[in-house]
Design a protein around this ligand. Structure first.
Ligand SMILES: [Fe+2]
Ligand SMILES: [Fe+2]
Length: 160
């Protein structure tokens, strides 16, 4: 997990995470915190283990830690956050020692993490997509009524 921990020490990652926290201080909906990133990583890794997908643990964690890091660019420049996240992740992954092939797989998972077509894929992108959705504790959320997620997509019971 050495390369994953390098991501968490990378100044660009830390700087963006801090800026996101500042801008989300008064947000009533789900926020994009380290807790969210780690929930996504761990839920994705559980699926990997349960389904014997044999994905790389470091790639799962890297994708999860970086998938929403472009939120600040979305808030301040209107760039869709999956694109912003890819922009930022490109630089970070290279500098944290991920090989070209790993970078491409992780970047493509980040790019697709909001695309419906990714929902059922048995690859890194699919696992990231599902973990991202499952990570939200809708049943306990105080903004349940105001949230734009369709009721059938909300997590009302614990599944993982
Ligand atoms: Fe996202
Ligand atoms: Fe997310």
């Amino acid at each position: 997990m050495e390369r994953v921990n390098r991501i968490c020490k990378h100044p660009l990652w830390r700087d963006n995470l801090e800026k996101i926290q500042e801008l989300e201080q008064d947000r009533i909906f789900c926020c994009h915190t380290i807790e969210h990133f780690l929930d996504v990583a761990r839920i994705a890794y559980i699926e990997d283990l349960e389904k014997n997908l044999h994905l790389s643990k470091e790639s799962i964690y890297a994708a999860a830690l970086l998938h929403d890091i472009g939120r600040y660019l979305q808030y301040t420049q209107g760039i869709p956050h999956e694109e912003g996240s890819v922009q930022i992740a490109k630089e970070i992954l290279k500098e944290c020692g991920f090989e070209q092939e790993e970078q491409e797989e992780i970047l493509s998972a980040i790019q697709g993490h909001r695309m419906q077509k990714t929902a059922f894929a048995d690859d890194l992108a699919g696992v990231l997509y599902r973990a991202d959705k499952k990570s939200r504790n809708c049943a306990f959320c105080t903004a349940f009524q105001e949230c734009h997620w369709d009721r059938e997509n909300k997590n009302l019971v614990i599944t993982v």
